[in-house]
Ligand binder design. Sequence first.
Ligand SMILES: Nc1ncnc2c1ncn2[C@@H]1O[C@H](COP(=O)(O)OP(=O)(O)OP(=O)(O)O)[C@@H](O)[C@H]1O
Ligand SMILES: [Mg+2]
Length: 453
Amino acid sequence: MKKVITAVNHPVLNEYFKKNCPDFLVEREDVKSQEELMELIKMEIPDVLVLNDELPGKHDRKVLIEKIRKIDRYFKIVIIVSLLDQDYKYFLNSKGIFDILVNDNAQISDLVEVVENEGRVVVKIEKEIPKEVKEEIQTLKKLLSEKPKVIEKHVIIEKAPKTQRQEVIAFAGPGGVGKSDMLVQIATLVARISQARILCIDLNTEFPTLDCFFGVSRQPQGIDYFIGKGKDASLNYMIDSIDKERFNSNVFEEMVVKHQKFANLDVLTGNYSLYDCQNTLNNRYYEIILSKAKELYDFIFIDTSSNIFLDSTQFAVTNATRVLFVTEPTLTSIRKTKRMLELFIKVWDVAKIKIQILTNKVNNQSLDKAFVKELLAEFEVCRFIDYNQKHDYCLNNGVPFVIKATEKETEDFKKIVENFNFVEKRRLIDKLFSKKTRIDKKIVEDGGILYVD
Ligand SMILES: Nc1ncnc2c1ncn2[C@@H]1O[C@H](COP(=O)(O)OP(=O)(O)OP(=O)(O)O)[C@@H](O)[C@H]1O
Ligand SMILES: [Mg+2]
């Protein structure tokens, strides 16, 4: 039995649950104020709280949620909101609230479903009649003046979801500026907010680090044979299977390291053998591996070495659809940046338009932002990321920074990700609702006035 508290300032839901939901233990009356709610959950944490975010009280809606989460961070909250913009949704998600019912058009049956459900659900209900339907009504109105008074019409009201486009994004830049770190934050965010299948390839064939940043093992979980010292990473195993002519999609899936927290995120861990880096690895392998990855994943993030004389760096940068070039706001870093970018464009023939610059580790001693932009005027300097000691803490604990970061600290990464082409996660109720996309509407004309049933 699920212990449920309703705090919606209206008895109807509470009564409905008590009468119709034998699996819900609803001991309390509906809670009518924020103060009453705080007192109650200080005494007992329910399994599920159904909360109206406009519950009367002195706090604004965000403060109220923060106060509730201070008492207990984990219990399930189903929230009914009147408006849901992207910022508010991120805020709710960051507080572990994924069950969101938008506006009072939501049905009680939706609520029951959400409370019963273990998964995360977002409901978005269209309030307005979409433009296409309005136009269709106009046309029909004309027709109706000659035709019979009542007609049946099928109307599609929800647009089909956009399709996921593939992106291959390489992270490049001078040594130690935060290439791997930025890749990990961005890939983790995309994994969190989309259903895209994501692969992070560690193509820093000299000093791979993605396994440390993600907190995953370098050796793929299902592999129990040994192919040599420093060769216990996905990349080496894949190369071994290419040599043995048994490389295929199944082998690929077996040899990537799965992220424990995000089922849609895999890591292709990198070569650790300096001998192999110099003598074995080459573009032929990278080509075979990348082309297989493109069959299997929507987003491929590639980490590179700062060493421009390695084939792997050139391969990643020239095969990417987008290059995120990471730099620091110091004179030496900008100087290296300019030289590396000149090489990318003039020698490697990379289109300028593909390159975006992330200036990382900004602090109060850094070069002025306007000056950095001026120095790199030919390029799009897309974001400045603050220096934050938490990055080292996260690295040393194998947790991506964006998982530990506050909402404000995550903002810049979110802005970067918003430019990518991804389809947002569709949760249970979205899917339920999308079943209703094809709706029979009865259009009735009555004395010149038109109604849609
Ligand atoms: N915004 C930041 N604030 C503070 N520290 C940061 C920030 N970004 C990265 N770091 C730290 O900087 C160090 C270097 O980062 P990282 O390994 O990602 O750099 P890199 O460019 O990939 O280096 P390499 O060239 O060796 O591959 C790490 O200790 C990381 O935690
Ligand atoms: Mg690195």
